[in-house]
Design a protein around this ligand. Structure first.
Ligand SMILES: Cc1cc2nc3c(=O)[nH]c(=O)nc-3n(C[C@H](O)[C@H](O)[C@H](O)COP(=O)(O)O)c2cc1C
Length: 331
C-alpha cells in the first residue's frame, strides 16, 4: 500500500534505531498513534539482497512505515528500493548520518556526506525504480566538511537528483575520536541551521532531529520546519505518543486510556510472536519505559527482565509485572 499523504504523517516520525525500532517496537508504537511515521532500523543493502525476507518482515498495521537503507552502490540500492516498495513500505530512506565504524568500513552512513555526487547518483538510481518517496537522513556536516556553504551545497546536489525530503540530525558527525554514542551527544546541536535550510529551500520537506524530548518541543520545531523526528525520547517514554494524534495531527487520540490498557492490547501480539518462536525478551525490552516514574515502575521492569528469559507464557509474565505498578490517573 502506498501512503498518499506521507508528508502529513511526517510531521512526527520515530527515528531509525538499530536494535530498537524492530518490527515488534513498531507494532507496539502503532497502538499509541495512528499517524506517526515509523522507521525501520537501518538495513544494509548487501544484507537485504542476500537475506531479504528476514529484513522485510512487518505487519501492515505498522504503516505508514519507512525502511532505511545503508549503502553506497547506486545499482545495489536501486535494486533494494524496488524490493522495499514491493514489500509494502511507504518510503525508502538512505542513511547519510550514521557515524559508527562498522558503517564507515562499509563506506556509507555519515561519510557519504563527503561524496555528494555519489549520494546524488544513489538517489537518482533508486528513484528510477520506485514510486514511493526516496528520502535522505543526514547531519549538518561531517569532520571538516562543515559550515553553511558545504551543507547547502550537499542538499542542493542531492535535491537536484530528485530527493525532496530530508531528515536532518542537527549536529556534525565526527568519524574519528567520538564513539557512536558520543556522536549523538556532541558537538552542540544547531537547530537554526535546519530552520535556515527550510527558509532557503521552501519547496523541500525538512524534518529536524536530535535531542527533541517532548511533544511540546516538537510543536515548537514545527513552527519552523515540516517535520520532527524523535528517537531516544520515544523509546525511553513511548507513552508520550498517546497524545500525538491530537497534539500534532489535530485529530482524535487513538491510544488506549491507560498504560495498562495499552499493554493488554499488546498481549495478543506477544502471544502470537512467542508462538512463532520470537524470544520473549526481544518483545518485553520495548516495554521497559512505559511506567517510568510510576510507583512500582522499577519493579515492573525487573520482573520483565528477570522473567522473560525463562517464561513460557509471556502474557502471564507481563500481567504479573503490571500488577506491581500503581497507575495513577491519565496521562
Ligand atoms: C540505539 C540507536 C541506534 C540508532 N540507529 C540508527 C540507524 O540505524 N540509522 C540512523 O539513521 N540513525 C540511527 N540512530 C540515530 C537516530 O536515528 C537519531 O538520529 C539520533 O538518536 C538523534 O535523535 P534523538 O536525539 O531523538 O534520539 C540510532 C540512535 C540510537 C540511540
Amino acid at each position: 500500500m502506498i501512503c498518499k499523504d506521507l508528508n502529513f504523517h511526517r510531521r512526527l516520525s520515530v527515528a531509525p534505531m538499530l536494535d530498537f525500532t524492530d518490527r515488534h517496537e513498531r507494532f507496539f508504537l502503532r497502538l499509541l498513534s495512528k499517524n506517526v511515521l515509523l522507521y525501520t532500523e537501518m538495513i544494509v543493502a548487501n544484507a537485504l539482497l542476500h537475506a531479504g525476507p528476514r529484513f522485510l518482515q512487518h505487519d501492515p498495521v505498522e504503516n505508514p512505515v519507512a525502511l532505511q537503507l545503508g549503502g553506497s552502490d547506486p545499482k545495489m540500492l536501486a535494486e533494494c528500493a524496488k524490493i522495499v516498495e514491493g514489500a509494502g513500505f511507504d518510503e525508502v530512506n538512505l542513511n547519510c548520518g550514521c557515524p559508527s565504524e562498522r558503517v564507515q568500513s562499509g563506506s556509507f552512513g555519515a561519510m557519504l556526506m563527503k561524496q555528494k555526487d555519489l549520494v546524488a547518483e544513489c538517489v537518482q538510481s533508486m528513484k528510477k525504480e520506485v514510486q514511493i518517496p526516496v528520502t535522505v537522513k543526514t547531519r549538518i556536516g561531517v569532520d571538516d566538511f562543515t559550515g553553511w556553504e558545504f551543507f547547502e551545497d550537499f542538499i542542493r546536489t542531492v535535491h537536484s537528483a530528485g530527493c525532496d525530503t530530508f531528515i536532518i540530525h542537527a549536529r556534525t558527525a565526527r568519524l574519528r575520536g567520538y564513539s557512536p554514542k558520543e556522536n549523538r551527544e556532541k558537538p552542540a546541536i544547531h537547530y537554526e541551521t535546519v530552520y535556515k535550510l527550510k527558509e532557503v529551500f521552501p519547496q523541500l520537506n525538512i524534518s529536524v532531529n536530535g535531542d527533541i524530548r517532548t511533544i511540546d518541543q516538537a510543536k515548537e520545531h514545527l513552527k519552523h520546519v515540516d517535520g520532527v523526528m524523535m528517537g531516544r525520547a520515544v523509546y525511553a517514554n513511548p507513552w508520550m505518543l498517546a497524545t500525538a494524534d491530537s497534539e500534532i495531527y489535530g485529530g482524535k487520540d487513538f491510544a488506549p486510556q491507560t498504560r495498562k490498557a495499552l499493554l493488554e492490547a499488546f498481549l495478543p501480539y506477544v502471544q502470537k510472536a512467542q508462538a512463532e518462536g520470537c524470544p520473549l525478551s526481544v518483545l518485553t525490552k520495548h516495554l521497559y519505559g512505559i511506567f517510568t516514574g510510576f510507583p512500582g515502575g522499577r519493579k515492573f521492569r525487573q520482573i520483565l527482565s528477570e522473567g522473560a528469559p525463562k517464561a513460557l507464557d509471556g502474557a502471564a509474565l507481563i500481567r504479573t509485572a503490571m500488577d506491581a505498578v500503581e497507575e495513577i490517573g491519565f496521562p
